[in-house]
Design a protein around this ligand. Structure first.
Ligand code: NAG
Ligand code: NAG
Ligand code: NAG
Ligand code: NAG
Ligand code: NAG
Ligand code: NAG
Ligand code: NAG
Ligand code: NAG
Ligand code: NAG
Ligand code: NAG
Ligand code: NAG
Ligand code: NAG
Length: 773
């Protein structure tokens, strides 16, 4: 070849190479422009033609080779919206795509499957819809795949587990994925971090996951997984974080648990159906920082194995069946004294008895939450508990504790919630309580406290909930309670021996929703100023010595739902302003000296379910349409000069029997049946000897109960439970609860008064049902 030929040849070769190179460079450029076009919100101003695309914000290009090829796209947290253009798939040299924390919607482009060099894909915290594309299984170099916190649906592609041997991180948490966890995930032999938390996955945790021998982080919480936890998972000695909380998992923990997991820092099993005991080997998992076994069915004694866990900061065993009856059984509490970082401790709602260990007072000074509530602990509140100066929440309620509230309780400067309710405590409220100026909730109801309510409590300006009911407090209610505790939304001083009148300052409690002063010896008139409590929903003043007339200003409390003024000495009529109380559900004015006629506007009250005007001096006729004819009202007007008594009063009252607690039990029973069936006693089907009681009785068994339960009632209850129990309460348990409630309703509404349950038994059974359900 001559030199000129050679020259031409080189020119041709070089120019064709250049064209190819330019074309490739143009491909990346066009792909990025197409991506930019998909971005409809947020600015990509720097992506303009005055600079080379390799210098655009978020773009990295290969440094050595010419032409420059895009190797990384990082636009994390850039406020971008719109869709992710499939054109990205033309960036064939790209290794890393990071678009987390933006507002991208639309789908994850299946074309990403073309990116054979992709190592890292992070699209988390967007609003992506559609499925996890099966084509991602083509990205065989993937090391990290993070699609967490989007709105992806469909199931997890089985193929992901088959073709991504290098995958170390798989995050699909907080989406709406359904179906099962593919057992192929167990083939991702490089996997270190796996999170599938917060989806709608069901079925079992595949035992193949036990093969993930490099796993450090395992999180499948808040799904609907069932079956047992594969024992092999507990063999993975690299595990640091293990969380299967909020599922429906059953079974027991392997005895060797702690011995095989020396690096474990988090063992989070709460809200499942796990049972059996805590393995003693847990002592060997000495790196543990968080132990959460709450809301399961674990039982047996708790082994004293926590003393070596220096880093432990959260310990939660609440709502299980753990047992204890003596100091030896409670030595696990002593073992926690060593845990100098302990911040949260809850053993509430178990079966733990014995004298509450004094070692509790020697817990870490870091402790901010302490729950021992609803067990059977006896003994005193540990001396020195006030030395736990970081405490924010402390609850000893629902035990058999005796003795007094520690005098220096006021020394816990940050305390916000304090519960000593339902125990056998005696003595006075120490005046130092007034030092707890951050206190928001204070519950000491159901004890044997006496003396006056200390006026130092006026300093508790943040208090929103105060319950001192069911004790033996006496004397006047300090006026400052009403004039200074302006945050109060719940004030319960019921069933004590408080006397004096309600000061007019009450009207300053503008946040008050519930005022329960019933069962005291309060006297004088109900202050007109009470209408200042503009958001009041529950007003219970029954069983006092109030006189005078019902203030017409009460009619200004438009949100009032329950009003009980019964068993007082009130006189006069029902104020016409009551016509404003349109959301009233229960009105009890019985056993006063009220007179006049029964106002017709009561007919229009849509929600009224209890109306008791019995034992007054009302006269005239009942307005019988509206509420009385059509609603499920439990109505009593006996003991008045009313003609044509209608209502669901006990049968014996018709026989001229005295009003009695047995009668109240009957009304209560019928009310229970009504509430749970949604049927009214006046329903047209209840005639010819068929009553609401007989109707329910026939279906009171487990297998038929749903035939009589009000469906709307069930779903409401379900909603409440979802909030309360994280959505795990099983249907079976609900049915058990419904059966017990209905059985109680039936037992209360037996025709013969002597065969009915006593009031105390009713209260005890209802308490048991509430605790169980
Ligand atoms: C183009 O991008 C550069 C930064 O890369 C920026 O300084 C300039 O303001 C941009 N031009 C326009 C018209 O937005
Ligand atoms: C990007 O900007 C830098 C500094 O301004 C410049 O040196 C470099 O040549 C630019 N890269 C390209 C590909 O234009
Ligand atoms: C990739 O580039 C080619 C050629 O420019 C184009 O035809 C194709 O539509 C692009 N693909 C995507 C997914 O944008
Ligand atoms: C993805 O990005 C988010 C937000 O920056 C980050 O928190 C997360 O750790 C990243 N995921 C991976 C796997 O690196
Ligand atoms: C990508 O994956 C899909 C589905 O697994 C497959 O049909 C397709 O052939 C693959 N494409 C490439 C380019 O590997
Ligand atoms: C896991 O890999 C093994 C060996 O390659 C294969 O035989 C098996 O089918 C795979 N399991 C799943 C569930 O993909
Ligand atoms: C687990 O759940 C699946 C689907 O919800 C169900 O078919 C299966 O019977 C359940 N298994 C157990 C052991 O409860
Ligand atoms: C896990 O441990 C158990 C009990 O020691 C043993 O039988 C089993 O083979 C182990 N599994 C694996 C995968 O190592
Ligand atoms: C803790 O581990 C040691 C050493 O592996 C072992 O000897 C001991 O039995 C284990 N303790 C428990 C309670 O399993
Ligand atoms: C809880 O465990 C006890 C035995 O300790 C058992 O009798 C009971 O049926 C279990 N409850 C549930 C809901 O599994
Ligand atoms: C507390 O820790 C010390 C030293 O770390 C140890 O000797 C002791 O046994 C531990 N106490 C308990 C109850 O585990
Ligand atoms: C706490 O209250 C008591 C009694 O009310 C009082 O004597 C004491 O000075 C208060 N301590 C502090 C630190 O405020």
């Amino acid at each position: 070849m001559s030199s000129s030929h050679l020259f031409f040849f080189y020119i041709l070769l070089l120019s064709s190479m250049l064209n190819t190179l330019l074309a490739i460079e143009t491909t990346d450029h066009l792909a990025l422009l197409a991506f930019k076009n998909g971005v409809t919100a947020g600015a990509l101003n720097s992506w303009n033609e005055s600079v080379h695309f390799c210098n655009w914000t978020g773009i990295s290009c290969s440094s050595r080779k010419h032409p420059k090829r895009v190797t990384a796209l990082d636009l994390s947290m850039s406020g971008l919206g719109g869709f992710i253009s499939p054109s990205i798939a033309n960036l064939s040299f790209i290794r890393s795509i990071e678009l987390p924390v933006n507002g991208f919607s639309g789908e994850v482009p299946p074309e990403f499957g073309l990116l054979h060099r992709l190592h890292y894909l992070n699209l988390s915290f967007n609003a992506l819809h559609g499925v996890v594309p099966v084509n991602l299984a083509n990205c065989s170099k993937l090391i990290a795949l993070d699609l967490g916190t989007n709105q992806l649906s469909g199931s997890i592609p089985v193929e992901l587990g088959q073709t991504l041997p290098k995958l170390e991180i798989l995050f699909l948490f907080s989406n709406s994925l359904t179906g099962v966890i593919p057992s192929s995930i167990g083939n991702l032999s490089s996997l270190i971090y796996l999170s599938l938390t917060e989806n709608n996955l069901q079925g079992i945790v595949p035992e193949e996951l036990g093969r993930l021998s490099n796993l450090i982080f395992f999180q499948v919480a808040t799904n609907w997984l069932n079956g047992s936890i594969p024992p092999d998972l507990f063999n993975i000695s690299s595990l640091d974080y293990f969380c299967v909380a909020s599922n429906e998992l059953q079974g027991t923990l392997p005895p060797s648990l702690g011995a095989k997991l020396p690096k474990l820092t988090a063992l989070l099993l709460g809200v499942n159906k796990l049972s059996g005991t805590i393995p003693a080997s847990l002592s060997n998992a000495s790196m543990l920082q968080m132990i959460d076994l709450s809301r399961n069915n674990f039982s047996g004694t708790v082994p004293p194995v926590f003393g070596g866990m220096n880093g432990l900061f959260d310990f939660n065993l609440e709502r299980n069946q753990f047992q204890a009856s003596d100091a030896k059984d409670l030595s696990f509490i002593d073992s926690l004294v060593n845990c100098s970082n302990l911040q949260g401790f809850s053993i509430g709602y178990n079966d733990l008895g014995g004298v509450l260990p004094l070692s509790l007072a020697n817990f870490s000074k870091e402790l901010w939450s302490l729950f021992v509530d609803y067990n059977h602990f006896s003994g005193i509140i540990p001396h020195g508990i006030e030395n736990l100066i970081s405490l924010i929440v402390m609850d000893f309620s629902g035990n058999d504790l005796t003795g007094q509230i520690p005098e220096h309780i006021g020394n816990i400067p940050m305390l916000q919630s304090l519960g000593f309710a339902v125990n056998k405590l005696t003595g006075y409220i120490p005046s130092s309580v007034g030092n707890l100026t951050l206190l928001v909730e204070f519950y000491i109801y159901g004890n044997k406290f006496e003396g006056t309510i200390p006026s130092t409590m006026k300093k508790l300006h943040k208090l929103t909930k105060l319950s001192l009911s069911d004790n033996s407090f006496s004397g006047r209610i300090p006026t400052e309670i009403f004039s200074q505790l302006l945050s109060l939304s719940f004030l319960d001083l019921a069933d004590n021996s408080l006397s004096g009148s309600i000061p007019s300052e009450i009207g300053g409690l503008i946040n008050l929703q519930q005022l329960l002063l019933n069962g005291n010896e309060l006297s004088g008139e109900i202050p007109v100023s009470i209408s200042g409590c503009a958001v009041l929903e529950y007003l219970k003043l029954q069983g006092n010595l109030f006189t005078g007339s019902i203030p017409s200003s009460l009619g200004n409390l438009k949100g009032l739902r329950h009003l009980n003024l019964s068993h007082n000495s009130l006189s006069g009529g029902i104020p016409s302003s009551f016509s404003n109380l349109k959301v009233l559900e229960a009105l009890n004015l019985s056993r006063n000296n009220l007179s006049g006629s029964i106002p017709e506007f009561l007919e229009d009250f849509k929600f009224l379910s209890v109306l008791d005007l019995s034992y007054n001096h009302f006269h005239g006729e009942l307005p019988v349409k509206g509420v009385f004819g059509n609603s499920s009202a439990v109505l009593s007007v006996v003991g008045n000069g009313i003609k044509g008594t209608i209502g669901y009063v006990p049968p014996e009252y018709g026989l001229g029997s005295e009003v009695s607690t047995m009668g109240d039990v009957y009304s209560y029973g019928i009310l229970v049946l009504e509430l749970f069936t949604g049927k009214r006693p006046v329903d047209e089907r209840f005639k010819d000897g068929m009553t609401i009681r007989k109707f329910v009785e026939i279906c009171a068994s487990h297998d038929r109960i749903m035939e009589v339960i009000d469906p709307s009632m069930f779903s409401q209850e379900q909603e409440d439970d979802d909030i309360e129990h994280g959505g795990i309460l099983s249907v079976r348990k609900k049915i058990e609860c419904l059966v017990s409630v209905v059985a109680l309703g039936l037992a209360c509404s037996v025709e013969s008064p002597n065969e009915r349950l006593g009031m105390t038994d009713v209260a005890a059974q209802m308490h048991a049902i509430r605790k169980h359900c």
